[in-house]
Design a protein. Structure first.
Length: 761
């Protein structure tokens, strides 16, 4: 075969767009070669030399040079093919420039389209590469603020807005600007200085009585913790250890003499202290603590002692450097008799920082995060403290040296004592949620600005326009709003608690703490990945947020243990519903109720895919309630079956642990949804109400999607419905994305706190 001429013969120009597309990756597959050869040979209207030229251009051994390919592309683009036409029409237009009178039969066009289809070219989409501009639904500006973000912020803040704005103003001050630290001591001293400045503002003593310089405002204290969490989390935890754990233990477990002696100095940070509960050998199992407090009636003292290394107090905040005193939880021993765990105030250091005799403290050193907090390990070697240092609200030693308590039951006294400290399980999830808001705001702002890929012939598209990116970030955005209102509900319940509902509130706090901190860890990881390499850079703060909140899942109790606590509470509450009915009667009822549920399932509802139904609040709440009740009743039956088979109750609960965690999760998810829906009904601004309704629908449907396997197993839904739910979740993510920036604006996170270059607006 002779070498073809370099310039394409006029009639061959009709093939130019197709040739350019198949050679675009510089490789021709065997299929492409054979299909193209067949197309050329079939064209009887071509001259022999024209066919030879074309066949030479599809010879894989002699591919066109890059310069030639670029000349073809330039020739095609010169036509400015802006209308929706295919490759054949563009090629025909090229021919007509030099031969306006060419006429071809309609079969030629069909031949070209058949070849395009055979080699996988998608018709008119193949021409987008040659257009000056190609717009698509995904490439447009999707931002569409449908509400006033200031009004949304007022809804989120509620009656705490004035205090929230005050705290945000303080942490926006240049005094609180972030710093790089060369060593641990520098970081710890900076965190201490920040906490001292916060104490000067009165934030440390906010929850304490007026006589201690406080405002007697526990809700305000939680608000302060939550708002501070937009800033450095080491500062937040240091603040929480000092004014929360240490100060609140004095406040709630002590009596007037302790309040007057300690609280004012604690609130001003004149008296830094520790909360020494956790031991090396005993973390969540507080009743198993082994530090001893032996009463000596002759000199009216207690001797605090660490009997062996596993009984040392470990991971105690403020212990390594700054703590002067500690609330120490220890077994009270009187005349050799164990009276259970009680709390005692134990001095650790003098004002000049020197450890007192019998006190040994080791520095925990660097941690995964929160390195501004000086965690330490404390050993006590026969340390004597006066009798008055026993925190005696719930138990005391009388003048005769005998144990006394207004609560006769050891179990009830123990859980009452711990119940007063449940506030930590409210502060931690509220703090975690603020950190989650920061991370998600950074990722969403980055997703709006960062462009990647795009349609053929079009500009790159913001990654937040991609459906998968929306699933990654819009679903947690909806959950943040759901948790915001659930935690506000929990706070109100805690503040208004009575003795009758104390255990229910403790379970609710345990469950929301676990659910929120698990959610935070997962979401911040998603934010890191969704921000690509930028999310990996420390300057963009996601790494600090991830590392600092990771321990939240085990703060105030391991999450798995806490969810089991929730389950045990629900089982107890479940039995209470039936009054004096015995367990056998209850379980018979459950079995019959389950049968009834199955027979009453509406086959129309189990298959319904109508959008109106899928978005309906009643459908969502009924589905959540059904799951909660069904899992609870099946757990009760399972435990009964195991115990009746001869298994010890401890082993039965061990075998059913996974089941119990599901009981807790189902209960918490129902509460979250219920409170979200309830909050929406109280909102008067219609635009905000509509937006929150959409977020609530997304939270509900994504949760149903998460549990679709369970609903399918139960026969509560059929496959056609779970597929429709997935489709609706995707659509809601698309709709919520339009308001994504406005929703993050509603968090009103100070720019100085966000402090991520990729989040600069």
């Amino acid at each position: 075969m002779q070498s073809p001429q370099k310039v394409a013969p006029t009639n061959c120009l009709i093939f130019l767009p197709l040739l350019h597309r198949v050679w675009e990756d510089h490789i021709l597959s065997p299929t492409e070669i054979s299909e193209m050869q067949a197309l050329v040979l079939k064209q009887t209207w071509l001259q022999q030399d024209e066919k030879e030229w074309l066949l030479a251009k599809i010879d894989p051994n002699h591919p066109p040079k890059i310069k030639e390919l670029k000349s073809w592309q330039a020739k095609i683009k010169a036509l400015r093919p802006e209308q929706e036409v295919g490759l054949f029409e563009i090629g025909l237009a090229l021919v007509r420039i030099e031969n306006p009178h060419i006429k071809l039969s309609e079969h030629v066009a069909k031949d070209f389209m058949a070849t395009e289809s055979a080699i996988g070219i998608l018709g008119k989409e193949a021409t987008y590469l040659y257009k000056k501009r190609h717009e698509t639904i995904s490439s447009g500006d999707l931002r569409e603020d449908t509400f006033d973000h200031k009004k949304m912020s007022e809804i989120l803040d509620g009656d705490q807005r004035k205090l929230i704005q005050k705290v945000k103003t303080i942490i926006s001050d240049p005094l609180f600007r972030y710093q790089e630290f060369e060593n641990l001591n520098e970081q710890r001293e900076q965190v201490l200085n920040w906490c001292t400045d916060l104490a000067k503002q009165g934030f440390g003593s906010w929850a304490y009585p007026h006589h201690a310089g406080g405002k007697d405002d526990m809700e305000g204290y939680f608000t302060i913790m939550e708002t501070l969490s937009f800033h450095d989390l080491s500062m937040v935890i240091k603040f929480g250890v000092q004014f929360g754990l240490w100060g609140m233990s004095i406040y709630f477990l002590g009596t007037e003499k302790h309040h007057h002696k300690y609280l004012r100095d604690i609130g001003s940070l004149k008296l830094p202290g520790c909360f020494a509960m956790t031991e090396t050998g005993h973390g969540s199992n507080v009743r198993g603590l082994e530090t001893t407090a032996t009463y000596n009636h002759l000199d009216q003292t207690f001797t605090i002692h660490t009997p062996h290394p596993d009984a040392r107090k470990e991971y105690i905040g403020n212990a390594a450097l700054h703590g002067k005193m500690a609330t120490v939880f220890a077994k009270l021993i009187i005349d050799g008799e164990d009276y259970g765990v009680n709390a005692f105030v134990v001095p650790l250091r003098s004002d000049n920082g020197k450890l007192f005799p019998g006190i040994r403290i080791e520095d925990c050193g660097r941690k995964m995060g929160l390195n501004g907090v000086d965690n330490g390990i404390i050993y006590f070697d026969q340390v004597k403290i006066p009798k008055e240092n026993m925190l005696d609200r719930f138990a005391s030693i009388n003048a005769e040296g005998e144990f006394e308590s207004p609560i006769q039951s050891d179990n009830r006294r123990f859980f009452t004592m711990l119940g007063t400290l449940v506030g930590g399980r409210i502060g931690i999830p509220r703090s975690a949620l603020s950190a989650c808001k920061s991370g998600l705001t950074i990722a969403i702002l980055h997703g709006e600005k960062r462009k990647q890929f795009g349609p053929e012939g079009g500009e790159e598209v913001p990654i937040l326009n991609y459906r998968m990116h929306q699933r990654r970030l819009m679903r947690p955005l909806a959950t943040i709003f759901a948790l915001q209102f659930a935690l506000q509900y929990l706070t109100k319940r805690f503040l208004g608690r009575t003795e009758d509902d104390a255990q229910e509130i403790e379970a609710l706090a345990a469950g929301l703490k676990a659910y929120t901190t698990w959610f935070t860890s997962a979401t911040l990881q998603e934010c890191r990945e969704a921000s690509g390499g930028k999310g990996y850079l420390s300057e963009n703060r996601i790494d600090a947020l991830k590392n600092d909140t990771d321990v939240y899942t085990t703060f105030e109790g391991d999450n798995v243990v806490l969810m089991q606590l929730v389950a045990k509470n629900r089982l107890t509450e479940f039995r209470k519903e039936f009054g004096d009915m015995n367990l056998f009667t209850i379980l018979n009822y459950l079995a019959n109720q389950t049968k009834t549920n199955i027979t009453e399932k509406n086959p129309v509802i189990t298959r319904s895919t109508a959008t109106e139904h899928l978005l309906d609040f009643d459908f969502h709440l009924n589905a959540f309630r059904y799951r909660e009740r069904s899992i609870l009743s099946s757990a009760a039956r399972r435990l009964k079956r195991l115990i009746e088979s001869g298994m010890d109750s401890f082993d039965a609960f061990n075998v059913a642990q996974h089941h119990l965690v599901e009981v807790g999760t189902a209960f918490i998810e129902r509460v979250i949804l219920q409170e979200f829906q309830q909050k929406i009904r109280t909102i008067t601004d219609k635009d905000c109400q509509n937006t929150l309704t959409q977020l609530c629908q997304l939270f509900a449907l994504q949760t149903l999607e998460k549990h679709k396997g369970w609903y399918l197993e139960e026969g509560y839904m059929e496959g056609i419905k779970t597929k429709a739910i997935r489709k609706e979740v995707n659509q809601l993510c698309w709709e919520v994305r339009k308001n994504a920036l406005a929703l993050t604006d509603a968090f009103e996170i100070p720019e100085s706190c966000l402090a991520a270059p990729i989040a600069v607006r």
